[in-house]
Design a binder for this molecule. Structure first.
Ligand SMILES: Cc1cc2nc3c(=O)[nH]c(=O)nc-3n(C[C@H](O)[C@H](O)[C@H](O)COP(=O)(O)OP(=O)(O)OC[C@H]3O[C@@H](n4cnc5c(N)ncnc54)[C@H](O)[C@@H]3O)c2cc1C
Length: 447
């Protein structure tokens, strides 16, 4: 039980993602002073990032300024700052500019990309975690077609283009499926010198099947749906190196102007700054009430927390876990301030859904497994329902309905640089284009 608090309790929340935002919402009507600190000024609805990356939605439609979410709550302060540490004895959160004292702190800093010790691959294979990442992927994808068109118009030969997605978890599957859709339908008739429909979308998975966390029948169905969309699925294909414009799988080199990384996540490095044990992925080991061992006033939630369910299975890094944990911690604080004892956190697993593309998805609700259009409709309505803000829900619904009927993707803007890493080396202007299919080259196994 933390030391009794005499004045208005101060709650600092680190991170305005699914966990932090839901904790703050559930506490905002209580007599507490809440400070939300995030290095971004907005909450990002990560499950729809792939739509921004593939030009289906604009960033403002899947993100909400934290300040505006709490505009009606005078007791909620929002700070745009990066947290860089904690002093648990003095009960302060550190940022570059100040120390924030707390009676309770909720650490919900989420996760980041993991390149299995090969951070040098990141510039050549961006991952998808933030709005900035999504815009960079959109830039690379759209720019590839523009550069190919320009070269073909200038007389260079016109070869198929390769897009490689590394990792066939839910993010890799939705990126690959949507890229296939764009090349075959959206862009197919808009270019004069190249045929976007000839682009190859290659999905590489190190394990034996796509969607490894799903039951085998749904993995098989997902693979079939991907193939129908035109994605080349290669399982047991462990990437051994990534360079500008190419990926190696053992001795096979796959030339690709765009390589996307969806293969691994690691907990935010902030977890280690708490100074208590973390698991292999850097997640903080927490007590059954999500508090830090020896520090009942410190809670760690969401992707940053390591906790097992009642069957001994690790809770997955998904939005419902973070949301339920955020609400649970708010309730725990509320109960404690009213003199009531703590209870353990129990996760209610309502099922999992993964989208693949237009009318293609898989879903598991307990023993019920569904695929195809019905699963896709469920995915769509559930995600619209959980989007932050009524305006965003309406806008996203209209955009989806429109693009379902017309195949249009309205956010096809290339912003930023008009160069691609590895492009000029692969297809120098005015010269013959090397075959972008696989070529065998001798290579040392990386990693
Ligand atoms: C592309 C993608 C697709 C996904 N799709 C799904 C899906 O379909 N369904 C599903 O259930 N889950 C999905 N997830 C997973 C889900 O988004 C996460 O499980 C969830 O966001 C975790 O919530 P969180 O609050 O722990 O962290 P996050 O939502 O990641 O929030 C962390 C917050 O902390 C902030 N932060 C981090 N470090 C600092 C710091 N040092 N100082 C200040 N602020 C900091 C960040 O800016 C961020 O706002 C997806 C994730 C990704 C990346």
């Amino acid at each position: 039980m933390p030391t009794p608090i005499k004045s208005t309790p101060r709650v600092v929340i680190v991170g305005a993602g699914f966990g932090g935002l839901n904790a703050a919402r559930a506490l905002a009507r209580e007599k507490v002073q809440i400070t939300i600190v995030d290095r971004k000024n907005h909450h990002t609805f990560q499950p729809l990032l792939y739509q921004v990356a593939t030009a289906g939605l604009s960033p403002g439609e899947i993100a909400a300024p934290v300040r505006s979410v709490f505009r009606d709550h005078a007791n909620v302060i929002s700070l745009l700052e990066e947290v860089d540490g904690f002093d648990l004895d003095r009960r302060v959160v550190h940022t570059a500019e100040q120390e924030l004292p707390y009676d309770y702190v909720i650490v919900a800093a989420g996760a980041t990309h993991a390149y299995f010790g090969h951070d040098e691959w990141e510039p050549f294979a961006p991952g998808l975690k933030t709005i900035e990442d999504a815009l960079e992927i959109r830039r690379r994808v759209l720019l590839t077609f523009e550069l190919a068109e320009r070269q073909a118009a200038a007389g260079a030969s016109n070869e198929p283009l390769n897009f490689v997605v590394v990792g066939a978890g839910p993010t890799g599957v939705e990126l690959a499926g949507t890229l296939a859709e764009i090349t075959r339908h959206v862009l197919a008739h808009e270019f004069h010198n190249i045929d976007p429909a000839r682009a190859r979308i290659i999905l590489l998975e190190g394990g034996p099947r796509v969607l490894p966390a799903y039951p085998e029948d749904l993995s098989r169905s997902a693979e079939e749906q991907l193939r129908r969309l035109g994605v080349e699925v290669r399982a047991s294909a462990l990437v051994t190196s990534v360079e500008a414009g190419a990926v190696r799988v053992g001795e096979t080199r796959i030339v690709a102007p765009v390589v996307l990384w969806a293969a691994g996540v690691a907990a935010s490095p902030l977890g280690k700054k708490l100074g208590t044990p973390v698991d292999r992925a850097g997640r903080v080991l927490v007590e059954p009430d999500l508090s830090l061992p020896g520090h009942p006033e410190v809670f760690v939630i969401g992707d940053l927390a390591s906790l097992k369910d009642k069957h001994g299975k690790m809770l997955p890094g998904v939005a419902p876990v973070a949301i339920q944990e955020g609400k649970y911690v708010a309730k725990t604080i509320r109960r404690e301030l009213a003199g009531q004892p703590r209870e353990s956190f129990l996760y209610w697993d309502k099922g999992s859904l993964a989208t693949i593309g237009r009318a293609a998805a898989v879903a598991q609700f307990g023993k019920i497994h569904i695929s195809g259009f019905v699963a896709w409709l469920s995915w769509l309505f559930i995600h619209i329902f959980f989007l932050i803000g009524f305006r965003n829900r309406v806008l996203v619904f209209i955009q989806w309905a429109w693009s379902y009927v017309t195949y249009e993707r309205g956010a096809r803007l290339i912003t930023g640089a008009t160069t691609l890493p590895g492009w000029s080396g692969m297809y120098p202007a005015q010269t013959a284009v090397p075959k972008p299919a696989e070529e065998k080259v001798p290579t040392a196994r990386a990693g």
